[in-house]
Design a protein around this ligand. Structure first.
Ligand SMILES: [Zn+2]
Length: 196
């Protein structure tokens, strides 16, 4: 999970997100099983308008596991950090939307904890929070951190299933590939946090 610099929301979203959130909340109240569908804005589905902007913010990496490139590796989607079922009013809030791979989103689903690390938080830095075990590919909480902060890391790893065995393997493979290339460009690799 790399630090993300979130640009300002696009104007069309700033102008509409609150009304669209209220509309969605109302539909859920009327029909609790109401299936979320992205709004259409000027004939284009809002998720199609958002994905290029979110992709720019993450340089086409998953906001949580940092896999890249998104389309060919793990398919991309938009993650509602605070989930739709619990926070329907935030369903179009710019700060709540992240580019995410299917794996991370599938693991987290509609779960949420206030302790979760958010990659666009001002003071978020990978190495302050995490350590990498280069033998196993495993991520863990930085033991130099406060117990509260370590708990945040543990919750984040658990909810996004960041230490799933397939991911550990993938991290090791990526690290080996990186070390075999002379003058590698970090941006071309998944899990950039390992190379910083
Ligand atoms: Zn991911």
């Amino acid at each position: 999970m790399m630090r993300l610099q979130r640009p300002d929301a696009p104007l069309w979203l700033s102008e509409n997100w609150e009304a669209w959130g209220k509309e969605y909340q109302q539909k859920r109240q009327e029909k609790p099983r109401y299936q979320f569908k992205w709004k259409i804005y000027k004939k284009v589905a809002v998720n199609h308008l958002l994905i290029p902007l979110l992709r720019e913010m993450t340089a086409d990496h998953c906001s949580f596991c940092d896999a890249s490139p998104m389309i060919s590796r793990l398919k991309e989607t938009i993650e509602h950090f605070q989930p739709k079922s619990l926070y329907p009013l935030l369903v179009y809030q710019w700060a709540n939307l992240f580019l995410c791979c299917y794996k991370c989103q599938g693991a987290k689903g509609e779960q949420f904890k206030h302790t979760l690390l958010k990659p666009d938080e001002m003071d978020y830095q990978f190495h302050l929070h995490f350590v990498v075990n280069f033998e196993t590919g495993e991520l863990s909480a930085n033991p130099d951190n406060s117990p509260e902060n370590q708990q945040r890391v543990k919750d984040t790893i658990a909810l996004y299933n960041l230490n799933d065995p397939e991911r550990l393997n993938d991290r090791i493979c990526e690290f080996r590939k990186y070390t075999k290339i002379s003058d590698p460009n970090v941006a071309d690799f998944s899990y950039r946090f390992m190379f910083l």
